[in-house]
Ligand binder design. Structure first.
Ligand code: SME
Length: 168
């Protein structure tokens, strides 16, 4: 007779559980926080160390109507500047829609800050009054690392960040 629980048999359940745990820690750490940079640094750290499929985890800040500059991140160095018209991050900033690429070689204008990157998810962070604060970018060296489970947990997190730090 097996003693394994259903979650040990289902990687999607494990991933969802890890997101729930990470979110609980993030909510506690950000409770009452008003400093946007401290928040970005904390979220990047918590997410990056919660998932083996996260190899670059961080933020690009919208500093103009058409330009992103890197913010707090974990992982190897990232590109410092990205115009809205370029790359997966630019597409997320421009469209304000999550960009989910299981294989970045399918993304027409993916910017390879690291040649090891194989898949990527980028989620925009928008305030309740419709200003773009930036994007959360996660890259993986594993093909097909991101799916709807990642989207379903990262989008509400980014919505919360937009609400809590909308005055930043
Ligand atoms: N791959 C991103 C660039 C950012 S880095 O990967 C950290 C893009 O295509 O926008």
């Amino acid at each position: 007779m097996t003693t394994e629980t259903s979650s040990t048999l289902d990687p999607a359940v494990d991933k969802a559980d890890a997101y729930t745990d990470a979110r609980r820690r993030i909510d506690a750490l950000l409770d009452g926080e008003t400093d946007w940079i401290a928040a970005m640094a904390t979220v990047a750290c918590e997410l990056h160390h919660s998932f083996e499929h996260y190899d670059w985890t961080g933020f690009y800040r919208a500093v103009a109507d058409d330009h992103l500059i890197v913010g707090p991140y974990q992982g190897p160095h990232g590109c410092l500047h990205i115009d809205f018209e370029r790359g997966v991050c630019g597409a997320a900033a421009r469209t304000r829609e999550t960009q989910l690429w299981p294989d970045v070689s399918d993304a027409p204008d993916h910017i390879a800050c690291q040649s090891s990157t194989q898949s990527e998810i980028v989620v925009p962070i928008v305030t309740p009054d419709d200003r773009l604060l930036g994007v959360l970018d996660v890259d993986s060296d594993t093909l097909g690392a991101f799916d709807d489970t990642d989207r379903e947990h990262l989008e509400p997190l980014c919505r919360l960040l937009g609400e809590q730090f909308g005055n930043s």
